[in-house]
Design a protein. Structure first.
Length: 324
């Protein structure tokens, strides 16, 4: 499940039951900050929160400010300094946080549509309209779609990576011709098991730039067939387990089959970050860490937040502000 889904659900469920809430979003940072632009927190009128914008004193101050804004029905952008004083440990930067009370009429339907899109693994764009120092401004918030992880092989390593990837907000599909390894007792929901010949099943998958592929089958020939099935795809990440000798053997065979060497150069192998992993959990962590590294460095669809943009009060209503 996308990490933003329960957060946004808590907001529209509260609104539907007549309970006021406010949305807090990090829209800009400077220096060292505990969160990046795009971090979200929902604040309920009674002080309960969902999500986080960094924790510590700045989050507590934003929570209290958001509660007062709920009572007054106004929005604002506020800069929180993280320099601190005395012995208080701090990051040393600043956070610009947009805080806006949400309304049942204008915002609850948009939040429901956003959750539905995220559940369907589609990217969401939310405009946040708030009062700035110079008047009404709008930020554009982009919530990335959930990545898909395809794992070829449901053995010990494949199962370990699958379980860890679920915690990383990835949609996980595991392929193996041994149906017993795909049982719900071993790979519980939301992991999806796909039984049958691995390479054939992979060849029918819809693979896009938000797809990650981990190849960890039980045999070299199966790894080779799986890699051949996906090597020309636009997947964001392809990784294959194995020794350097095995990798060379597989690559040489694929080149002999006509696979171009520049395609093989993009394969992460030996798979995982080099942390001297030995046990299955350690190997799983090294692979999951490499997935995170690939996901977070470069190649994204742009910043999570853009703006502020000046707007007219007669512009169409958007999240946080009704039509003027």
């Amino acid at each position: 499940m996308h990490h933003a889904v329960p957060l946004l659900e808590s907001a529209f469920h509260a609104l539907a039951h007549g309970q006021p809430v406010a949305l807090c979003a990090v829209v800009a940072t400077s220096g060292s900050a505990p969160q990046k632009p795009g971090a979200l927190m929902i604040v309920h009128a009674d002080g309960r929160t969902a999500g986080t914008i960094g924790g510590g004193h700045s989050e507590e101050a934003a929570r209290r400010q958001a509660q007062s804004l709920i009572e007054g029905g106004r929005s604002r952008v506020q800069t929180f300094s993280l320099h601190g004083d005395g012995e208080e440990p701090v990051c040393g930067g600043t956070l610009d946080i947009a805080m806006l009370p949400l309304s049942l009429e204008h915002d609850e339907p948009r939040l429901r549509r956003a959750v539905e899109s995220l559940r369907q693994r589609r990217e969401v764009h939310l405009p946040l309209r708030v009062q700035g120092e110079a008047g009404l401004v709008e930020y554009h918030l982009r919530i990335e779609a959930v990545p898909t992880l395809l794992i070829a092989g449901a053995g010990h390593v494949g199962a370990e990576v699958a379980r860890q990837a679920v915690r990383l907000d990835m949609h996980v599909r595991v392929f193996d011709d041994r149906a017993d390894l795909l049982s719900p007792e071993r790979l519980a929901e939301p992991i999806v098991g796909v039984p049958g010949p691995v390479a054939e099943a992979l060849a029918t998958e819809t693979i896009d730039p938000n797809t990650y592929i981990v190849i960890v089958t039980r045999a070299h020939k199966d790894d080779q067939a799986a890699l051949n099935a996906v090597i020309a795809s636009p997947a964001r990440y392809i990784g294959m387990i194995g020794s350097r000798r095995k990798i060379k053997h597989v690559f040489d065979n694929l080149v002999a089959w006509g696979v171009q060497e520049h395609l093989l150069a993009r394969v992460h192998t030996p798979i995982g970050l080099p942390i001297h992993a030995v046990t299955v959990p350690e190997i799983g962590i090294s692979i999951a860490a490499e997935l995170i590294k690939c996901r977070r460095e470069g190649g994204t669809k742009g910043p999570a937040v853009t703006g502020p943009f000046p707007v007219s009060t007669t512009a169409p209503g958007v999240l946080g502000e009704p039509v003027g």
